[in-house]
Design a protein around this ligand. Sequence first.
Ligand SMILES: [Zn+2]
Ligand SMILES: [Zn+2]
Length: 300
Amino acid sequence: MNDFVHPISDEFKEIFFIKGAREGKYPYSHSLLIGDVLIDTGISSRLLRKLKRLYPINTVLLSHWHEDHTSGNRLLSEVKFFTHSKDRFLIENVNKFNEFYGISNSPAEEEFEWLMEGLRLKNTKIDDLIEDNQIIKVRNGYNIRIIHTPGHTAGHCAFLELNSKIAFLADIDLTNFVFYAGIDSNLMDFENSINKLSQFDVKTAVTGHRGIIDGKKSIREELKKYLSIIHKRDERILSYFSETNPKTLVDFKNQNIIYKYYSQFKEYEIIAEMIMIQKHFDKFLENELIMLNNDGYTLK
Ligand SMILES: [Zn+2]
Ligand SMILES: [Zn+2]
């Protein structure tokens, strides 16, 4: 049974949606296969071994460094790996992940290391770099355009196959879970990237954790909805501030501002939430909505 390999289009027969284990939920993700080019390797070891037997893979494009998109790299030793320059270092140095998630020496570190061991993540040598607007030529006339979409990570990229107008949006994933809790995440870049994507002519979108979304209009609406999640967080966080009573990041701890409830990964989620709230602080400061007032921030 190859029930995880789904042709997307009758016309473009070499493009497949590859459904990740557990419906592409973390620590797995979905992939897109275009000819012999695979985008991301987080579908699970079992499925990736199967995929390799069915479809020879010669090149892997990595959308970004996160473990749920790169864990299968170690199974593809004969393959060339491409990624954006800004995400190269971490893919080649997975022991630095803790630092970039802001969890070094925290209670969440042990939990994360246990997860990383389960995924058996290994350093991957990057063979070549990709950059915004670059076109990667694939056999039989397929052409993949690189769209640099920073914010989730600094080097995060989306990919658009130009003939079919099928795109892979990776972790601009159009779920309710909008994540920018890395040291290399940037909220304003994230918003710009979402807007950037809505300017492309995309007929079918595949995302890292949601799957297929069909139709240009639906895709644009979903991008808008995704952006509005960030704006709602802006409003919620901003509503805590006043003109007189200075607030600091600590006042926002454990408030379920971003995570409606904390799961079994609570230790980590609280840290991630604080980092994301800090990114909103950065945005408010840049837009002069709040200002430093003694040891905290008040409305400007
Ligand atoms: Zn990610
Ligand atoms: Zn992901």
